[in-house]
Design a protein around this ligand. Structure first.
Ligand SMILES: Cc1cc2nc3c(=O)[nH]c(=O)nc-3n(C[C@H](O)[C@H](O)[C@H](O)COP(=O)(O)OP(=O)(O)OC[C@H]3O[C@@H](n4cnc5c(N)ncnc54)[C@H](O)[C@@H]3O)c2cc1C
Length: 470
C-alpha cells in the first residue's frame, strides 16, 4: 500500500540477503508476514558469493588435483595431470550462480520482494533505500538487520593490487607462484591449502603459537603436518609489520619469535578477522546499541535496544558462521511472529575445511577441565575404522566428551576425513540431551566414517570393540 507519496508499508523489512537475511525473510513469509529484502550486492551475501561456497568448490578442485597425482599406492598413476585455473574458476562461478539463482527463486516462491540498493534507517519504523537509479522509502513494523561483515584491513597492509583479502583471492584467474598469508585462522588455512595444493609456494604468518588457535593442538598438529607435506612454511608467534610493493610483487616484513624477517611473494593475503557492516546504516541516530567492536547488542530473540528492530548473523556477538546466521534468522522471524523462540548456542558446530577437516561442537576436553567439570572422554582413531582405511584416510580421531555421572553428551571434536559431516550427529545428541548410551544403541551403518562417533562413545563407556582398553 502506498502511504503519502513514496512510502510503502510492510510487515518486515530484512536488510541483507546473506544466509542470515534470506533465511529470516523466508521464515517470516512462512509465518504470513509481508516481507521486503533490501540487498546492495548479490543475493546470497558473503557465504554464497565470496565465502563458504566458492572456497569449498576450490578446496574440492584442489583435492581432485592432488588425488589425480597421488594414486600410486592404489596402483593408479596418471601422467600429465594439468590445471587450467581459469576453467576451475569458471566451474566455481557456475556453482555460485546456480545457488544464488536458487535463492532468488525461493524469494519469488515465498512472495518476498527483493529491492536492490543500500538501506539506511530514518527512524525506528522507517528506512530509505538508494541505488544508482531510484530511491524507495518503507515503513515497517519490524526490521531484521543482516548486513554481515567485510574483511578487516590492517593499517600497515592497505588493500591494493597485491595486498588481497579472501574476496580477491577467491577470484584470482591465475595461480600465483608465491603467496604470503597473514593470519593462520580458518580462512587463511583453507585458501592457503587450495593454493599450496595447486603448487603455489606458501608462507603462513600466525601471531599465536599454533595455527587455527580456536582448536586443540592435538588436532591442529595433523593439519600442520599435511601443510608441510605441501612445502608450506608456517611461522608462528609472527607479527606482520608492513609490506613493500615492488613491480612484480611484495616484500612482507615481520617479526618472527623476536627476529626481523622478510618474505618475498607475488601477493599477500590478509585474513586477520572481519569487521561488522554496522557503521553506515544510521543505527546510532535511532539508538541501536552496539559494543566497542561495532557488534549490535541483542537479547535471546535477536531484538536490539530498539524493540521493533532485530539483528542477526556476523553483526551480532558470537561465531561469524553462516549456519549461526541462518539459525538466528529463523529465531528472529519466529519471535516477530509472536512465537517464544530463543537462541541456544550450546550445539552450534564449527568446521574448518582444512586437510584433514576439523570440526567441533559443544565443549572440548580442555574447556571441560577449565570449567572444573567431571567428564569422561572417548578418543577413537580413524586408523581403526574400516571405511577410513578404505578411502585412504586413516589419519585423524574422534573425541567425545560426556558428563561422568549421567553420560549426557557435552561435546565432540573430529579431525579427519569428512569431519564436517560427522559432527552433525553429536550436534543432534547435544540438542536432544542424549547420552553416550543413546549413541551406543544407535545402529550405525557399516562401513562408514560415522562409526567413529559410535566407537568414541563406547570407548568413553569403557567397552569399545575395535580398540583394546589397557
Ligand atoms: C572465505 C570465507 C569462507 C567462509 N567459509 C565459511 C564456512 O565454510 N562455513 C560457515 O559457516 N561460514 C563461512 N564463512 C562465514 C560466512 O560467510 C558468514 O558467517 C556469513 O556469510 C554471514 O552471514 P550474514 O547473513 O550475517 O551476512 P553476509 O553473508 O555478509 O550478508 C550480508 C549482506 O548484506 C548486504 N548489505 C550490507 N549492508 C547493506 C546495506 N546497507 N543495505 C543493503 N544491503 C546491505 C551485503 O551486500 C551482503 O550481501 C566464510 C567466510 C569467508 C570470507
Amino acid at each position: 500500500m502506498v502511504v503519502g507519496e513514496f512510502v510503502e508499508e510492510i510487515d518486515v523489512v530484512v536488510i541483507g540477503a546473506g544466509p542470515g537475511g534470506y533465511v529470516a525473510a523466508i521464515r517470516a513469509a512462512q509465518m504470513g508476514k509481508s516481507v521486503v529484502v533490501v540487498e546492495r550486492g548479490n543475493v546470497g551475501g558473503v557465504c554464497l558469493n565470496v565465502g563458504c561456497i566458492p572456497s569449498k568448490a576450490l578446496i574440492h578442485a584442489s583435492h581432485v588435483y592432488e588425488n589425480a597425482q597421488h594414486g600410486e599406492a592404489m596402483g593408479i598413476t596418471m601422467d600429465n595431470v594439468k590445471v587450467d585455473y581459469a576453467k576451475v574458476q569458471e566451474w566455481k562461478s557456475g556453482i555460485v550462480k546456480q545457488l544464488t539463482g536458487g535463492v532468488a527463486s525461493l524469494f519469488k516462491g515465498n512472495k518476498i520482494r527483493l529491492v536492490s540498493g543500500e538501506a539506511f534507517f530514518l527512524s525506528e519504523n522507517e528506512i530509505s533505500v538508494y541505488d544508482e537509479n531510484e530511491s524507495h522509502k518503507f515503513k515497517f513494523n519490524n526490521a531484521i538487520i543482516a548486513t554481515g561483515s567485510r574483511p578487516f584491513e590492517l593499517p600497515a597492509f592497505k588493500w591494493s593490487k597485491r595486498v588481497l583479502s579472501s574476496t580477491e583471492v577467491l577470484g584470482l584467474s591465475e595461480l600465483p607462484k608465491r603467496m604470503v598469508v597473514i593470519g593462520g585462522g580458518y580462512i587463511g588455512v583453507e585458501l592457503g591449502t587450495v593454493l599450496a595444493k595447486f603448487g603455489t609456494e606458501l608462507t603462513i604468518l600466525e601471531g599465536a603459537d599454533h595455527i587455527l588457535p580456536g582448536f586443540e593442538q592435538d588436532m591442529t598438529r595433523l593439519v600442520e603436518r599435511r601443510l608441510k607435506k605441501h612445502n608450506v612454511k608456517i611461522h608462528t608467534k609472527a607479527l606482520a609489520k608492513g609490506v613493500e610493493e615492488t613491480e612484480n610483487g611484495v616484500v612482507v616484513k615481520a617479526e618472527v619469535k623476536g627476529e626481523e624477517m622478510s618474505f618475498e611473494a607475488d601477493y599477500v593475503l590478509v585474513t586477520v578477522g572481519r569487521k561488522p557492516n554496522t557503521n553506515d546504516i544510521g543505527l546510532e541516530a535511532i539508538g541501536v546499541k552496539m559494543n566497542d567492536r561495532g557488534l549490535i547488542e541483542v537479547d535471546k530473540q535477536g531484538r536490539t535496544s530498539v524493540p521493533s528492530i532485530y539483528a542477526i548473523g556476523d553483526i551480532v556477538p558470537g561465531l561469524a558462521l553462516a549456519h549461526k546466521a541462518s539459525y538466528e534468522g529463523k529465531v528472529a522471524a519466529e519471535a516477530i511472529a509472536g512465537h517464544a523462540a530463543e537462541v541456544d548456542y550450546k550445539c552450534i558446530p564449527s568446521v574448518v575445511f582444512s586437510d584433514p577437516e576439523m570440526s567441533s561442537v559443544g565443549i572440548s576436553e580442555k574447556e571441560a577441565k577449565e570449567q572444573g567439570l567431571d567428564v569422561v572422554v572417548g578418543r577413537f582413531p580413524y586408523a581403526a575404522n574400516g571405511r577410513a582405511l578404505s578411502v585412504n584416510a586413516g589419519e585423524g580421531f574422534a573425541k567425545i566428551i560426556a558428563d561422568k555421572e549421567t553420560g549426557v553428551v557435552l561435546g565432540a571434536q573430529f579431525v579427519g576425513e569428512d569431519a564436517s559431516n560427522i559432527v552433525s550427529e553429536v550436534a543432534l545428541a547435544i540438542e536432544m540431551g542424549a547420552t553416550l548410551e543413546d549413541i551406543e544403541l544407535t545402529i550405525h551403518a557399516h562401513p562408514t566414517l560415522g562409526e567413529v562417533t559410535l566407537e568414541a562413545a563406547e570407548l568413553a563407556l569403557g567397552r569399545p570393540i575395535h580398540v583394546v582398553v589397557k
